[in-house]
Design a protein around this ligand. Structure first.
Ligand code: FE
Ligand code: FE
Length: 166
């Protein structure tokens, strides 16, 4: 498919993000399982539910564009998830592993924040008000997930640091 204009580019990123979110629904349960801290586990589980709703919003936008909801492989998300997998294969004390899981998850959220920020800008420029509303809703979920992870990190990083001096 050639990309001729902003609408084509918008569709391109929709497909990319649709695939990215789908990849994430497979990774989040593994991250929840690898986490020891109950609040962190819960945060991953909650974000899995949100991610499924976000996929639904993207499907609605494909529908608005009268395009099939079809993803295009997102290499960026694959790489981020791969790094998370490598971390989970390591032997680490619980708090240290949890701190690493938060770091991996925040990279994912920042990646998504960039993607949704761009798509929201395009939707606005293209006059797609309903799409813009849906994209902003997801963008704010990604931002609150990132903030929640930062909050969890303030305790967990501290525990991880205590681990090092024992
Ligand atoms: Fe998401
Ligand atoms: Fe997310």
């Amino acid at each position: 498919m050639s990309i001729q204009n902003l609408e084509d580019l918008f569709l391109q990123y929709l497909k990319d993000t649709f695939d990215a979110e789908k990849q994430l629904t497979k990774a989040l349960p593994r991250m929840a399982k690898a986490a020891s801290d109950e609040n962190l586990k819960e945060a991953f589980e909650l974000h899995l539910q949100e991610t499924e709703e976000q996929i639904g919003r993207l499907e609605e936008i494909f529908e608005m564009l009268e395009k099939p909801a079809r993803g295009k492989h997102c290499a960026g998300m694959e790489g981020l998830i791969e790094e998370g997998k490598e971390l989970m294969q390591e032997d680490a004390p619980e708090a240290v592993m949890d701190a690493g899981l938060i770091a991996a998850a925040q990279k994912v959220e920042h990646y998504e924040i960039a993607a949704y920020g761009t798509m929201a800008t395009y939707a606005k420029m293209l006059g797609m008000k309903d799409a813009l509303k849906l994209l902003k809703q997801t963008l704010s979920e990604e931002k609150s997930t990132d903030e929640k992870l930062s909050q969890l990190a303030s305790q967990i990083n501290f525990d991880a640091q205590a681990e090092a001096v024992e």
